[in-house]
Structures are given as structure tokens and as C-alpha cells.
Design a protein. Structure first.
Length: 242
């Protein structure tokens, strides 16, 4: 029994050694094939193809979209609309009025602003949007501030709208309360439309009242005073016969 057991142990040891040797040889073959020159060449070739495709797409898009090429947008500010139209037409560009403004120092119908700005490059046929100077200032509606606002609120609203305010005129009334608006010598009311370049003067309460506006309270007369006759006579009961 001892010899059979010994032979069995030797057999299992030899079998385990063979298995280990076969596994080690398979791993060596696997890594040798993985890092073989043939496989590395294929991987490098695939990477080169991917890089070339990326570069080709980039250059193709640049050529298709004319990247880096274009027309330089000229300076149009201060130029009349007609002149700007002719200049852009020569360059193959279009012009569209997107807004209007008012600047007293510049002539009417001249360009106040443009988009895109001067110096930018655009493609042929691109539209340049401009703001044109109006011959007159815009008219706006006076908000509901008369008899409904403090002087601080009224000034904030009017200046935000673009109106120019002069020194307030102090009038009789509650302090810092707006009682009216004067424009060019006449009083204007809420809802009236006025040009923004017309100066406005607020009529503001000074916190005091004139004597004429004060109410006189008359005390009731003291009829018991000396020298005054009381018209009231006490009526006595008529005498009765005994």
C-alpha cells in the first residue's frame, strides 16, 4: 500500500508540473503574438488613417466654409444711409435698418451704430444691421405721476425714459409731492405725449400752506358776556286763584 501511494503522489506531481508548463507556454505565446511586429504595424497604420481622416475633415470644412477668408466690414458710423448702402453693395454686403435714435449733434439719416462692428470679417452677402439717426427726437407718454407720486419717484421715472428735468418749482402743498408738470411754459397732464428733448419742470410741494389756504375756525359767541341782552325770557306759571 505504501508503494502504491508513493507512485500516486509522483504521478500527481508530474501532472501538475505539465499543466504549469503548458500554461506558462500559452501565456508566452499570447504575449508574443500580442506584441508581434505584424500586429503593431497594423495598429500604427490604423492610427495614421484616423489622424489623416481628422486632418482631412478639418481642411475640407475650412475650404467649404472659406475659413479665414471674408470681407472686412467698413466703418459706417457717421455716414449717411445712402452712402453706406452703396459702399456695402460694392463689397457684396447688404444693409438693413434695425433701429432708430436721435442725436442732435449728428445729421438726420446718418448711421449711429452698426452690427457687426467695423473690422470684423464676414462672408459675401452678409447683412449689416444699422441704427439710423431720426430727424426728430422720439415722443413718449408722460407716466401717471401728477398727484400720484413723490418727487424722487417722478424724477427717477422721467430720467429713465430719457426726459431732461430742470430745477423743480416749489408750490404750496404737501412736502415733496408732485402737483404738476410744466413744459415750455404750459402745464401738461398724465398721458400726454411729448418729445424727450423738451425740458420738464416738476411742480413740487414745499411743505407749507399760504394763509389764504388756511381754514379759520370761529368760536361760538359767549352770550353771557356783559352788555349783551339775552333774548330768552323765562315763562312763569300763571297764578292760580285761591
Amino acid at each position: 500500500m505504501g508503494q502504491k501511494a508513493l507512485h500516486s503522489q509522483k504521478f500527481f506531481v508530474l501532472l501538475l508540473i505539465k499543466i504549469i508548463e503548458s500554461i506558462s507556454m500559452s501565456a508566452k505565446e499570447f504575449f508574443s503574438k500580442l506584441f508581434s511586429r505584424y500586429l503593431l504595424c497594423h495598429l500604427l497604420a490604423m492610427a495614421a488613417v484616423v489622424v489623416l481622416l481628422c486632418v482631412g475633415v478639418k481642411f475640407g470644412l475650412d475650404i467649404y466654409t472659406h475659413h479665414g477668408e471674408g470681407i472686412v466690414v467698413p466703418e459706417l458710423k457717421g455716414m449717411t444711409f445712402e452712402k453706406a448702402y452703396l459702399l456695402l453693395e460694392e463689397d457684396g454686403l447688404s444693409i438693413v435698418v434695425s433701429d432708430s435714435g436721435h442725436n442732435k449733434k449728428m445729421p438726420a439719416d446718418c448711421i449711429l451704430a452698426q452690427t457687426p462692428a467695423h473690422g470684423q470679417r464676414v462672408k459675401e452677402g452678409h447683412v449689416i444691421y444699422v441704427t439710423v439717426n431720426s430727424p426728430s427726437s422720439p415722443t413718449l407718454v408722460i407716466p401717471d405721476i401728477v398727484d400720484n407720486s413723490s418727487v424722487r419717484e417722478a424724477e427717477a421715472k422721467l430720467t429713465a425714459m430719457g426726459f431732461r428735468l430742470t430745477t423743480a418749482q416749489m408750490v404750496t402743498g404737501e412736502k415733496d409731492w408732485v402737483y404738476g408738470i410744466i413744459c415750455r411754459g404750459r402745464r401738461v397732464s398724465n398721458g400726454e405725449r411729448l418729445p424727450t428733448d423738451y425740458p420738464l419742470t416738476l411742480m413740487v410741494g414745499k411743505g407749507t400752506f399760504d394763509e389764504l389756504d388756511e381754514v379759520d375756525y370761529v368760536e361760538p359767541a359767549d352770550q353771557s358776556a356783559e352788555g349783551e341782552k339775552d333774548d330768552f325770557e323765562e315763562v312763569t306759571e300763571p297764578p292760580t286763584d285761591l
